[in-house]
Design a protein around this ligand. Structure first.
Ligand code: ADP
Ligand code: MG
Length: 238
């Protein structure tokens, strides 16, 4: 069970309140999208859930655990970034295997996991290649595979497709939705693109200026935008 709850969460950098009064519930097993204009606090929010950034106020719950004092490695979440963050000198296999070796997963189990997961993400033929020899989409798949081998309850993705061209981005959107169905994990997906948000998410959380403007199912937001900002942002006809 990995519902995520933010209760009155705020984050300040010095005098600047980056996010304030965040009350967010991300249902277990949902594909939830955090969307809003650049600078509205999406990445900060995701990083707080991951534990990479400590909130200034409020509580964060993952499942039935308050994780305020839990370090990132113990939150059972995996994060996928837009810049892939692959090790350039390592092969695809080594990139994926690295975290498993660190966690002392036995060799036979590592081999099995890597075989199964690279099959799922379509990388089985690329295990010996280095990142520079891969396309953007393939690199993003390596980053996904690296997250998947941890079998986390929660996948946190920060604009994972924004470096890809439009055609590949479309294809990867479909693949991510299928992957979500297959894994049954909770996905939290950050994007500034409202079309992407509305087409991918089963739950949408719209942010602006560090606050949640509306959180609901896409059709509900489309039919009943809570305020002028959400109406304009998602383009509901007046
Ligand atoms: P988004 O992901 O929605 O574009 P961010 O969460 O990255 O927004 O940033 C929100 C605001 O917080 C921005 O104004 C940004 O400049 C500020 N910010 C983010 N990280 C830091 C930091 N480490 N130090 C100071 N300000 C930051
Ligand atoms: Mg961001």
């Amino acid at each position: 069970m990995a519902e995520i709850r933010l209760e009155q969460v705020g984050k300040s950098f010095g005098q600047e309140h980056v996010v304030q009064h965040l009350n967010i519930t991300i249902p277990d097993g949902s594909f939830s999208v955090l969307v809003g204009p650049s600078g509205c606090g999406k990445s900060t929010t995701l990083r707080m859930i991951a534990g990479l950034e400590k909130q200034t106020s409020g509580d964060i719950w993952i499942g039935d655990r308050c994780v305020n004092q839990v370090e990132p490695g113990k939150r059972n979440v995996a994060m996928v970034f837009q810049n892939y963050a692959l090790y350039p000198m390592m092969t695809v296999k080594e990139n994926i295997e690295f975290g498993l070796i660190n966690r002392k997963v036995p060799r036979a189990e590592r081999e099995r996991l890597i075989r199964d997961i690279t099959e799922i993400v379509g990388l089985a033929d690329y295990l010996g290649k280095k990142p520079h020899a891969l396309s953007g989409g393939q690199r993003q798949r390596v980053a996904l595979a690296r997250a998947m081998v941890k079998s986390p309850d929660v996948f946190l993705m920060d604009e994972p497709l924004s470096n890809l061209d439009a055609k590949l981005r479309n294809q990867m959107r479909t693949e991510l939705i299928q992957l979500h169905k297959r894994l049954g994990a909770t996905f939290v997906y950050v994007t500034h693109d409202q079309v992407e948000a509305m087409s991918m998410g089963d739950q949408i959380i719209i942010m602006d200026k560090g606050r949640v403007q509306q959180a609901d199912r896409p059709m509900q937001i489309y039919n009943e935008p809570a305020n002028r900002f959400t109406a304009q942002f998602i383009g509901t006809p007046p």
